[in-house]
Design a protein around this ligand. Structure first.
Ligand code: G3D
Ligand code: MG
Length: 177
């Protein structure tokens, strides 16, 4: 019998780095999502196949602003992975990654897969070099994707990678030995 695996993931990073744009691009607006206006968090759904498994990603796009920070911890509960986003045109959003990681690890009980998205690569005004981004990802052992929600560059690749990393862990847990 075919099974459906459902994974919740969170999309985190500073305000205006492109979290909502990436999530919308990936879910293509053709899947249901609802905007929870009062709390400031978006919710998207994307179905995909990973090898023979049907997989449903529940994508929680968490508001990055400070005000929302106080309630953000509850939104991490039950997540299987995170897309950590920064904006290559603003160095500060890269510098704040450590803070996001700290928050993630404080609120998720286990070591979930993390994928880095260096977003807005379509822009000319980079404040970071590709080599410094790559060395950061190597140091932290996070796969990195240079994305653009605008031009749809590597968006699906980044989310799909996260889904397949999660699947890899689940398959290991499910195997009898
Ligand atoms: P957030 O959800 O992280 O807060 P948003 O970020 O998705 O709301 O995006 C913030 C702004 O960045 C938006 O512009 C959006 O169009 C823009 N943006 C997002 N991703 C990209 C990208 O890949 N390339 C470019 N050039 N812009 C992007 P506005 O003007 O609506 O504030
Ligand atoms: Mg947003």
């Amino acid at each position: 019998m075919e099974q459906l695996r459902i994974f919740k993931i969170v999309v985190i990073g500073d305000a205006a780095v492109g979290k909502t744009s990436l999530s919308m691009r990936y879910s293509d607006n053709s899947f249901q999502y609802e905007y929870i206006k009062t709390i400031g968090s978006n919710f998207f759904v994307r179905d995909l196949h990973i090898e023979e498994w049907r997989t449903r990603l529940l994508i929680w796009d968490l508001a990055g602003d400070e005000l929302f920070g106080r309630v953000r911890p509850i939104f991490y509960q039950g997540s299987f992975g995170a897309l950590l986003v920064f904006d290559i045109t603003r160095r500060s959003t890269f510098d704040h990654l450590a803070g996001w990681l700290e928050e993630l690890r404080a609120n998720i009980e286990w070591d979930v897969p993390i994928i880095l998205a260096a977003n807005k690569v379509d822009c000319d005004n980079w404040e970071l070099t590709e080599s410094e981004i790559k060395s950061y990802s190597q140091k932290n052992a996070f796969p990195i994707y240079l994305t653009s929600a605008k031009t749809d560059q590597k968006v699906a690749a980044a989310f799909n990678r996260l889904a397949s990393e999660i699947t890899g862990i689940i398959v290991k847990l499910e195997s009898p030995d």
